[in-house]
Design a binder for this molecule. Structure first.
Ligand SMILES: NC(=O)c1ccc[n+]([C@@H]2O[C@H](COP(=O)([O-])OP(=O)(O)OC[C@H]3O[C@@H](n4cnc5c(N)ncnc54)[C@H](OP(=O)(O)O)[C@@H]3O)[C@@H](O)[C@H]2O)c1
Length: 245
């Protein structure tokens, strides 16, 4: 049975992705920075008939919690097949390029970039033991430099997220480098935008979480012929799914 770890999975898109991967037969470690919240969610899922889901404490800003989670997974499974770096924050709003202070950048980068780097590096040795390792970095089309600088892009005049968008652009570049370093291996590593989705992150505005979860889960399940080092957004590019960095 393949195993997956999803960070920030106690609610929102991470939770929905956990449900979908569990239904597909994976063993899912549901990452939650508050273990109690994660355990409550897992209890509800098991009562609803979901199987093979376990809550695990991970705060992506804390290397200690990441390494403890790694020890648990190493002991229980010996390897990890799928890592979904989903945990993310937007930071305070409004944000603008002229005034928002570096403190706010640090807070958001701590989770959205350094959290991804910390988690990925910690789990690399377990992922390397999988025959077909997959990493999905949950990104956003507003982190695309090409789209955000294109006056014809529908969201061009909606540039209100400079801190959040910068953190995701930086995470995108990390994805590109990681995929490059592992290009001649069985790893498939991509950045995927779930689309504007109804979660606490958007004050419950946007599309259905089931659609977003499916967009992420499908990239956790790609086969060896699938691309690596790409950026996908079905919302922004319904025809090919791929968008420019
Ligand atoms: N919703 C959208 O429209 C949208 C669009 C594009 C991309 N995304 C991306 O999708 C991902 C999930 O977002 P969402 O909409 O599902 O948001 P959400 O409902 O607010 O969920 C965010 C999750 O991240 C967790 N988290 C925050 N800081 C963390 C930390 N330091 N360590 C571990 N977990 C942490 C939260 O835990 P707590 O419950 O403890 O706070 C929560 O489980 C994010 O990366 C976001 O940038 C969302």
């Amino acid at each position: 049975m393949k195993s997956a770890l999803i960070t920030g999975a106690n609610k929102g898109i991470g939770l929905e992705t956990a449900k979908q991967l569990s239904k597909k037969g994976l063993f899912v470690y549901l990452g939650s920075r508050d273990l109690k919240k994660g355990e409550e969610v897992v209890k509800e899922l098991l009562e609803k008939g979901f199987q093979n889901i376990k809550a695990i404490e991970i705060d992506v800003t804390s290397l200690q919690t990441i390494l403890s989670a790694k020890s648990v997974i190493e002991k229980e499974k010996g390897h990890l097949d799928v890592l979904i770096n989903n945990a993310g924050i937007s930071g305070i709003m409004p944000q603008n390029a002229q005034e928002t202070s570096v403190d706010h950048y640090q807070e958001v980068f701590e989770v959205n970039l350094y959290g991804v780097v910390r988690t990925t590096q910690a789990f690399m040795s377990l992922l390397k033991k999988s025959p077909e390792p997959r990493i999905v970095n949950v990104s956003t089309s507003v982190g695309s430099l090409s789209l955000q600088s294109n006056p014809n892009w529908p969201a061009y005049d909606y540039a209100k997220f400079v801190v959040y968008a910068s953190s995701k652009s930086a995470m995108n570049m990390y994805t590109v480098h990681l995929a490059y370093e592992l290009r001649d291996t069985a790893f498939r590593i991509n950045a995927v935008c779930p689309g504007y989705t109804k979660t606490d992150f958007t004050n419950q505005a946007g599309g259905d979480v089931e659609v977003a979860g499916n967009r992420i889960a499908k990239h956790a399940l790609i086969d060896q012929n699938a691309p690596t080092g790409k950026f996908f957004s079905e919302e922004s590019s319904p025809e090919t799914g791929e968008i420019p960095w």
